[in-house]
Design a protein around this ligand. Structure first.
Ligand SMILES: [Zn+2]
Length: 180
């Protein structure tokens, strides 16, 4: 059986005939493994808090800059990691904030260089229980966030702008910077 490496995370897996991700950033085999992890979240684990982190980490690690939606997606998922890991936001509140990152759907400059984290979704896939999935999911998310360190300042600014939008505060600074 032949195998290949995921172009984004480097995870080497046997070739898989399934679909790739919407932004064309993951190998079909890597995308399928992510699907198995999230299926456990939706099923046996009854949508645990760590689900948010797993999704944001995976999407922030699989970067597709070919479209404006893909360019925005990376930033939005990085903001998700920032809010939970740095700002201690409850995962259940993050979805609303992420909807406020780019309310006008602008195009954004790609964040480059794209870092490569040392953990992949395989680290989470090995979990045999909800407890393990939670620990491993957090480890995966922290590692992906760490890898993006050179871009943390910009991501924090997007996170703070989104938070002030949903809290209805019109911050002069945010407007002068044109959301940037
Ligand atoms: Zn991958």
């Amino acid at each position: 059986m032949s195998s290949s490496a995921c172009p984004s995370c480097g995870l080497k897996l046997p070739d898989h005939d399934g679909p790739a991700d919407p932004y064309g950033a993951a190998s079909p085999a890597c995308w399928a493994m992510f699907g198995e992890v999230t299926a456990r979240d939706y099923g046996a684990y009854e949508y645990p808090p760590v689900h948010r982190l797993i999704v944001d980490a995976y999407q922030a690690q699989h970067v597709g800059y070919a479209t404006a939606a893909g360019r925005r997606s990376v930033v939005v998922h990085l903001v998700g990691l920032c809010l939970v890991l740095e700002k201690m936001a409850a995962p259940g509140t993050v979805g609303r904030a992420l909807g406020a990152v780019f309310p006008d759907k602008p195009d954004v400059e790609p964040l480059v260089p794209i870092p490569r984290a040392t953990l992949t979704i395989a680290h989470v896939h090995e979990a045999k229980s909800l407890g393990e999935q939670t620990v491993r999911g957090e480890e995966f998310a922290r590692e992906v966030w760490r890898a993006w360190t050179p871009h943390h300042a910009r991501v924090r600014a997007w996170a703070e702008a989104a938070a002030s939008r949903i809290h209805g505060r019109s911050t002069d600074a945010g407007q002068k910077k044109r959301g940037g």
